[in-house]
Design a protein around this ligand. Sequence first.
Ligand code: ZN
Ligand code: ZN
Length: 163
Amino acid sequence: MRLNLSAIIEIPGGSVPFDCELETDGLDFPSVRAYRAKPHAAGRVFNEDGILHLEGTLTADMICVCDRCGEEFDSVKEMPLDATIVEENPEDDPNLFVLEGNEIDLSEILATCFILDMETKFLCREDCRGLCPKCGKNLNLGPCGCRKSLDPRFAVLEQLLDK
Ligand SMILES: [Zn+2]
Ligand SMILES: [Zn+2]
């Protein structure tokens, strides 16, 4: 989706609202199994003293896979949008987006913001216990039958005693 900003480019104080959905093509992450709906973004582009800013909120309702235990879990990501639109971006600053004529490529800007803000770690919960390295049981469901791993100092001691 393209957004025409000709009404505000020369008008400090002016703003143009937007409300759109993102196509999920290209929004592939190894730990995101599916999107329950297309990510949704709403906000506005406004001219503040001659500088164009984009602000708003992007919401994505996703089915993710836990990096630790491999179980699927629901995750709703709600991220603030904050970008600046410029006429030129000679340094290729990833936080700046270039005006194309009187328009911006809103879909591309939103997708870029989303990708840059994506978590690097996906956990079903903060204290996910993961899988037992020996038997593979999901330890969130309860302890497995394997022997408790000992304090590493005792493990060394135990090795010595075994000899
Ligand atoms: Zn987990
Ligand atoms: Zn086990």
